[in-house]
Design a protein around this ligand. Structure first.
Ligand SMILES: Nc1ncnc2c1ncn2[C@@H]1O[C@H](COP(=O)(O)OS(=O)(=O)O)[C@@H](OP(=O)(O)O)[C@H]1O
Length: 485
């Protein structure tokens, strides 16, 4: 019996061992360390054995199972029987295999293997991370198929490739529509001035939470989805409605040092009771050297907004985009009309008495244009040097010039410049182009730059007369002439 059986047993075991080691030394080691006794069986051709050989078995040179061992034959015959011939099984078991059976050794192997495995995993992790953070947006988008929108959301550092001005499908990792966090309300809604400030100021950063979704607008697919932290805004575009606030936000966020929330959070007017944690959580993640910006044009005419914003941070920078109040009012009315076609005519709403020409300042579209009036509460909380006024008119004629001043005000290098803009004849407005050339033009959406409803020139003249003193007061206060007369 011996020869064939022994040979078969040994040959099979040899293959098993070779394969195991061939896969990976680490796997082999683990396998040896985790089940040293099974390994012995394999090596020795005892694959069928269910239990380790007893000392008696070994002494007799046999183990339970159908593969009879060389030791069943006299030592001399063993030499002819197998590849390893010449060895008695029991000595072989003791000398080459016994050390592996030592529980202490097994534990040591196990420990070493676990350590090796952990190190390997750590290295892989580090390599993968560094690779992904080194990928440029261009590289990413070229690597990914068009359907992989979530993968092609570029990382921040490249100017101009950050977002589209037209609506595009949101990044899956963005959460402009994400529900507010369930963070308990921590910020009393009003009358906090003068009390102890426990809330962090802008720049105080919320650590990344791997389970939460970063918040950004559908346009703001840029960026650092997993990197950086959410912080309260360091700059806010506070107004004015229909002044050109969207254009300023979209233009400034081209700057690699700017992270902007695309949608309007309306925190300081409608959602204040939700607390600063809620507000901060809406912000996109930003890196240490980036600033966070949001825009909500209604803040400018919200009575409590200046105090609340100053309470959040007295150092926050405020941007106000202003436009001829008459054109602004018509733009406002055009927008409302597009949503509610049944509203009264413009002059019915604008004038209390058409014959006397008395303007109805209770109508919001008119009231918002009283810039000097709305500016006063802001000046009670912020120095004028902390406010920057963008001309809505110049923004259309010379976007690069106007954005240069915005960047100066924010303390940013002038990276958004005339290379980023071109005049789109069809749209009738400046749009963004990619600095590198390629890519579709990126203009603001249809609701920006609408054709206005026709207003009687006499009504326009009367409204100009009405606004003139208010405008002059405004120019004096801010130290700039916007030439609306
Ligand atoms: N580049 C560019 N493209 C399109 N539109 C531009 C641009 N720059 C400024 N504007 C003017 O922005 C006006 C809309 O202002 P807002 O973005 O502040 O409106 S809103 O308050 O957010 O609804 C919008 O007003 P209307 O023309 O009345 O639609 C535009 O005149």
């Amino acid at each position: 019996m011996g020869s064939a059986d022994n040979g078969q047993c040994r040959g099979g075991s040899g293959i098993t061992q070779t394969r195991t080691l061939g896969l990976s030394p680490v796997v082999s080691l683990i396998s040896a360390a985790c089940s040293p006794q099974r390994e012995v069986y394999k090596v020795r051709g005892w694959r069928e054995a269910q239990s380790p050989p007893s000392p008696a078995d070994l002494r007799q040179g046999g183990v339970p199972g159908n593969c009879q061992l060389v030791s069943a034959a006299p030592a001399g015959t063993v030499a002819h029987a197998g590849a390893r011939g010449g060895h008695d099984v029991a000595p072989m078991y003791k000398s080459s295999m016994a050390p592996r059976l030592s529980p202490r050794r097994a534990r040591r192997y196990l420990f070493i293997c676990t350590l090796c495995l952990s190190c390997t995993l750590l290295c892989y992790n580090l390599i993968l991370r560094s690779q992904s953070s080194m990928n440029s947006p261009g590289e990413q988008s070229s690597r990914n198929s068009p359907g992989d929108h979530h993968l092609s959301c570029p990382l921040p550092p490249l100017v101009g490739s950050k977002k589209l001005l037209q609506k595009i499908p949101p990044c899956p990792h963005s959460a402009s529509t994400a529900p507010p966090s369930s963070t308990p309300l921590t910020y009393p809604p009003s009358d906090l001035q003068g009390k102890d400030r426990t809330e962090p100021t802008p720049g105080t950063r919320t650590p990344s939470n791997p389970t939460e979704q970063p918040t950004s607008s559908p346009w703001n697919c840029t960026a650092t989805p997993r990197y950086g932290q959410k912080s309260l805004p360091q700059a806010i575009i506070v107004g004015v409605k229909k002044g050109g606030t969207r254009a300023v936000l979209e233009f400034i966020r081209v700057h690699p040092q700017v992270r902007a929330m695309g949608t309007e959070p309306h925190f300081f007017d409608r959602n204040y009771e939700r607390g600063l944690d809620w507000y901060r959580n809406l912000m996109p993640r930003s890196l240490e050297q980036q600033i966070t910006v949001e825009k909500t044009p209604s803040y400018f005419v919200t009575r409590d907004a200046p105090r609340r914003i100053a309470y959040m941070s007295p150092r926050v920078k405020l941007i106000v985009v202003v436009r001829n109040p008459v054109t602004r009012a018509i733009s406002d009315y055009t927008q409302t009309l597009s949503k509610k076609p049944d509203i009264p005519s413009f002059n019915e709403l604008a004038f209390r008495n058409r014959t006397s020409g008395e303007v109805d300042t209770a109508w919001n579209a008119i009231r918002i244009g009283l810039y000097a009036l709305h500016l006063q509460p802001w000046l009670s909380h912020f120095p004028i040097s902390q406010m920057h006024f963008v001309s809505g008119e110049r923004l259309i004629i010379d976007p690069a010039g106007e954005m240069a001043r915005v960047q100066d005000f924010l303390g940013l290098k002038r990276l958004v410049n005339d290379k980023h803009f071109y005049f789109n004849k069809t749209k009738g407005f400046p749009c963004l182009k990619k600095p590198g050339g390629g890519g579709a033009p990126r203009c603001l959406g249809k609701s920006k730059g609408r054709t206005h409803v026709q207003i009687n020139p006499e009504d326009i003249e009367q409204l100009r007369d009405f606004y003139r003193p208010h405008n002059i007061k405004f120019y004096e206060t801010v130290g700039q002439d916007f030439h609306w007369e």
